[in-house]
Design a protein around this ligand. Sequence first.
Ligand code: PLP
Length: 386
Amino acid sequence: MAATRAYLDYNASAPLIAEARSAMVAALDAANPSSVHSEGRAARRLIEDARRDVARLVNAKPEHVVFTSGATEAASTLLTPDWQMGRGDVRMSHLYVCEADHPCVLGGGRFAAAQVTRIGVDRNGIADLDALTKALAAHDRADGLPLVAIHAANNETGVIQPIGRIAEIVKAARGVLVVDAVQAAGRIPIDMSAGYADYLILSSHKIGGPKGVGAIIAHADLMMPKPLINGGGQEKGHRAGTENLPGIAGFGAAARAALAGLDAMEAVAQCRDEIEAIVRELAPDAEIFGAAAPRLANTTFFAIPGLKAETAQIAFDLAGVALSAGSACSSGKVGPSHVLKAMGYGDSLGALRVSTGHTTGAGEIEAFRAALAAIAARRAGKEQAA
Ligand code: PLP
């Protein structure tokens, strides 16, 4: 077994950063933030500081941030036909999602299956904007508004969607746009003040914060979905339950660091390029998915003909390298990637995802090279024997 491990699976979960760990430890003894005594007020301050830091990461207003138990809960809350504006009800009659969305969006939240339309992607993983425009043009507003939900950057390929263009299309159709910015936050700049989206979904553990905490961020005060969780009126009634104070404090610290880290993306891209150069050198017939589209600097998703991704993943693991195979994002399942299928690749294709971050350096890249070299040598041996 390798003495030190190379962790190349940031898109599954980025390692907890030291600042988030300290903020969490400091928050463990905090009182109930709804209590009016000074201990309660001190706990409240921790939450409000974190709210400010999370808002800053995407240039939003702190009062528009609602903390949740993660991006999945944020999506399940937002993807509902039932909304409220002040005391009035607002109805969304149809949901438009993208075939390559994360399952928490693709599932359609609280919409019935018949109320959900899936928009396809091209061979590079970019959403079909003509199809979206046409679908929205055909939307019947008599029953309610169109709600569009799409990821800003794909968790498997790293492909970045043209959110500016999508926002224009949704605005022209007088619809509402939810952007799943889970993988994009802290990796590309996001400016909610510039009309990037009506609602944003974030997750703490993809940016170096703890798991089990995320946020909904609204662009304005206009309207909010009817809550998924009702109770004591926390988070201004949008998400009840005593707040996960250590989680929120850790998320705030991670958001602060992620904002500062946006300047370092060139170095991250260099690591990704080096990893792709190794793939091309050791397996010249490898296919790198979405390579022709704008992509996150930290992600590469590739397949090597004849190499079963699950087997390769185990070989990498035994060699001390942690990466993902296929769509290994949910409950340890490894299955055909719905993202690659949407991009027009077959079911049987096994792909490997390498996703990097602040701990990735020369050592990790060398470990990746050594592991892939051994796998490629075994593959060549098998081909010769066949
Ligand atoms: N959206 C995207 C793009 C993701 O990559 C993930 C996690 O893999 C989620 C949503 C779900 O996030 P969470 O784990 O906070 O529920």
